[in-house]
Each structure stands twice: as C-alpha cells, then as structure tokens.
Design a protein around this ligand. Structure first.
Ligand code: CO8
Length: 261
C-alpha cells in the first residue's frame, strides 16, 4: 500500500497513516487503503488495534483540502460517504481500536480519532474542527461524534468557532483519556493494547458491542442488549476456563492465555 503501514506484534496490530509530506491528510487513496487494511486484519490472532500517524508532527491534519476544493455537491456527498463508511467500519470493528494521536488531529483527523474506542495523545497534539473556516461542515461524523463525546455545548463551541484546542484542554473536556510525551505515546498505547489483548477476547468484543449498541437505544433496550451478550459468553471456552481458574485454589497454577473460543 502507498499510504498505510500495517505491523503486527503478537496480538496487537498497528495501522499507521503514512502520508507525512501532507501531514497524513486523508485523500481518497488513503481512505480506500485504510478500508482494505481493516478488511485484511486477521481477527483470529489480532485482539487490539492501534491507529496512529507517521512522523512526529501530525496524526491526521484532516481530509485532503486540495482534493475537496473542486468537488460538486454530489461529489462532496460521495466523498463524505466514503469517509463515513470507513470510519463506521472502524467504530464497529469487532476488536478495540486505540487512537494514538501524535500531533495534529484536525477536521477528519479529529473525526477518525473519535471513531476509535479510546484516544490517548502526545503533549504536542492539537484538536479541532476547522471546517466552517473552509466553508464546509464537518463531514466525516464530527457533528455527531463530538457532541456525543464531549456534550452538545462544548461540541457546538468547537465547531462554530473552528478554534483548535491543545492536549490539556482535550483531556479536560474528555476528548482524550491521557497525555504522554511523544516518546512515551506509542509504548503507552502498546502497553494498553497488550493489557486488553490478554483478556478474554470474545468477552472484550461483546463489551464493545454492548457499549456501542446500547448507547444508540433507550435504557430498557440497552440492558436487553447487555443481557444477550452476557449470556453468549457462557457458550465460550474462555468463560469456562476463566472462572475455573479463579475457583481453583491451587495458587501454583499459572494462567494460560485465553483461546478466543
Ligand atoms: N489537506 C491537504 N494538504 C494538507 C492538509 C490538508 N488537510 N494539511 C496539511 N497539508 C499539507 C500542506 O498543504 C503542506 O503541503 P506542501 O508542503 O506541499 O505545501 C504540508 O501538508 C505541510 O503543511 P503546512 O506547511 O501547512 O504545515 P504547518 O506546520 O505550517 O501547518 C497545519 C500545519 C496547522 C496543520 C496546517 O497544515 C493546516 O492548517 N492544515 C489544514 C488543517 C485543516 O483545516 N483540516 C481540516 C480539513 S477539512 C476536513 O477534514 C473535513 C473532513 C470532512 C470531509 C467531508 C467531505 C465531504
């Protein structure tokens, strides 16, 4: 692939958007390649994904302004759909995705980060939805996901003013979970991903599904979604092993890795 790097270490895979000379801006090729990369992830072995950007300056500096500048109404809608389809694939991806935000996360960059399950960033990260300054709305889910993540009032302020915020403010409003130095960011993401990957994979997937699907419906329906996914776990070998291990009083026994079945 021209703009996507994919690396697997044990049960953790890292996808790097690699278009550094344009600060990893998302053009159609990047979106197509990201889509293909997600389709190719081996879900039998990979249990957590990390998404980051190449270089030390930018995570993703938005959708490609050059490519968008001459779009017609229909082409604009189609470009928005292309991005939304990939971002939705990321959001509903069966395994957790951690965004390791290593610099600018503007426009489509902030939007792709918000499609991930967990966001952590470096201390030089900058977030924003600058679209109205370019004469457009956020078009890759920003109007929807930012309001859900940080509340409608703060989302409206960020989107209407197009003002960028730094890492500390992103932390304060709940847009990211933690800030690291640039050197510490990827090791921290890998450590978190490894911590997720060592837990029962089907249970982790079911948690993601329960949280995501539950947030889209009212509480009465949401708890039914949870009950069903909770029940499903009792058909897994991992549940049988995990509970038997706890109940076994032999303290010498070492816990085996979960089998994903
Ligand atoms: N698109 C295309 N090229 C970009 C982009 C971008 N979003 N961001 C940076 N670049 C390019 C620059 O043009 C420049 O290229 P070149 O070297 O060929 O001139 C190179 O990257 C380096 O950028 P700068 O020289 O500008 O670097 P600075 O350090 O001076 O500035 C900034 C860094 C502040 C990040 C600056 O580059 C900037 O403001 N970039 C644009 C940020 C932005 O507005 N992003 C939002 C774009 S709109 C969007 O994402 C909408 C998503 C939904 C689309 C839905 C479609 C329907």
């Amino acid at each position: 692939m021209e703009f996507i790097l994919y690396e697997v270490k044990g049960a953790v895979a890292t996808i790097t958007i690699n278009r550094e000379r344009a600060l990893n801006a998302l053009n159609s090729t990047v979106l197509d390649e990201l889509n293909a990369c997600l389709d190719a992830v081996d879900l039998d072995t990979v249990r957590c994904l990390i998404l980051t950007g190449a270089g030390v300056k930018s995570f993703v500096a938005g959708a490609d302004i050059g490519e968008m500048s001459s779009l017609t109404k229909a082409e604009g809608e189609a470009f928005g759909k292309k991005g939304n389809d990939v971002f939705r694939k990321l959001e509903t991806f069966p395994i957790p995705v951690i965004a390791a935000i290593n610099g600018f996360a503007l426009g489509g960059g902030c939007e792709i980060a918000m499609s991930c399950d967990i966001r952590i960033c470096s201390d030089n990260a900058v977030f924003g939805q600058p679209e109205v300054g370019l004469g457009i709305t956020p078009g890759f889910g920003g109007t929807q996901r930012l309001a859900r993540l940080v509340g409608a009032g703060m989302a409206k302020q960020m989107i209407y003013t197009a003002r960028n915020i730094k890492a500390d403010e992103a932390l304060r409003i709940g847009l990211v979970n933690a800030i690291y130095t640039q050197e510490e960011l990827i090791p921290a993401a890998e450590k978190m991903a490894a911590g997720i990957a060592k837990n029962a994979p089907i249970a982790v997937r079911n948690c993601k599904k329960a949280i995501n699907e539950g947030l889209d419906v009212d509480m009465d329906q949401a708890i039914v979604i949870e009950e069903k996914l909770f029940g499903d776990c009792f058909e897994t070998e991992d549940q049988k092993y995990g509970m038997a291990f706890f109940l076994d009083k032999n303290k010498e026994k070492v816990k085996e890795p979960f089998k994903n079945c």
